[in-house]
Design a protein around this ligand. Structure first.
Ligand SMILES: N[C@@H](CCC(=O)N[C@@H](CS)C(=O)NCC(=O)O)C(=O)O
Length: 202
């Protein structure tokens, strides 16, 4: 069975992998690890199970797989339902995940992931505004093009998992005005996921 190292509810990268495994009913053993005030001490401890001293890390047959995107691709080899079946939807999903993985830096830096806090932003810098506009465009495109309740169609897949932390940020930082009605309806559906409620309560 897989083993997943993660830190709920604080670690947004862990949340992506965790919620995907949960929504797909893929069995795994939970290895909860906690951040320490002393980052050097934390990195020393995390280094025992993570090559980068970061989380998430998935173990399969004693082998560490690190980085959320690599973990998801590895799991997809055994559970193809991780990605949508249609090849265009799959390619779109991979592009969207890659964009999230390497982009939206202002959103990540300015809106630190703190899913239990409610701290609406008074000032939104232009660089963040531009990212929010792009995010709305991306989410709207998935919902329009694949015409389902989820980003790539009728099923929850990896691309939804990748954007769950952003759905929480919209809520906690009060960013609703940057998104269309359709995207906000999707955001509400994601926030209603039972597994997300579990994550917030671990
Ligand atoms: N690109 C990595 C990012 C992993 C990452 O930055 N994880 C954060 C937690 S959300 C972490 O472990 N930070 C600890 C550190 O920077 O030492 C991924 O996708 O998994």
């Amino acid at each position: 069975m897989y083993q997943l190292y993660f830190n709920p509810p604080k670690s947004s990268w862990s949340l992506r992998v965790w919620i995907l495994l949960k929504e797909m009913n893929i069995p795994f053993e939970s290895k909860i690890v906690r951040y320490l005030d002393d980052i050097n001490e934390q990195r020393q401890q995390f280094k025992h199970f993570s090559p980068t001293a970061k989380i998430p890390v998935l173990y399969a047959n004693g082998l560490a797989i690190w980085d959320s995107l690599a973990i998801i691709e590895f799991v997809a080899e055994s559970y193809p339902q991780v990605w949508e079946k249609d090849s265009i939807a799959r390619a779109w999903s991979r592009s969207a995940c890659a964009e999230m993985h390497s982009g939206f830096k202002n959103l990540r830096n300015i809106c630190d992931f703190n899913p239990l806090a409610h701290t609406p932003l008074a000032n939104i810098p232009q660089a963040l505004e531009q990212e929010l506009a792009r995010l709305n465009e991306l989410l709207q495109q998935g919902l329009d093009q694949f015409n389902g309740n989820f980003l790539a169609g009728e099923n929850f897949t990896a691309v939804d998992a990748f954007f769950v932390p952003v759905m929480l940020r919209i809520e906690t930082y009060g960013l609703h005005r940057y998104f269309s009605e359709k995207v906000l309806a999707y955001q509400r559906r994601m926030l209603m996921l039972e597994n997300l409620k579990v994550w917030l309560a671990i």
